[in-house]
Design a protein around this ligand. Sequence first.
Ligand code: ZN
Length: 58
Amino acid sequence: MSKLMYRCPRTGVNVDIWLADEVTPVNADTYEHVMCPACAHIHFINKTTGKALGDKGK
Ligand SMILES: [Zn+2]
């Protein structure tokens, strides 16, 4: 398990989630789909940067 922190693009809330997979150099620059506890929608989050796919924020 590895922890991932990201900002929910819908609510702007910072969220911590646990991933089932370890982030390794092989899969580090990939997007993980997560069920967001803040808005109950699914986001695609970059495992390295914590940036949400389609996030218009900085
Ligand atoms: Zn969300």
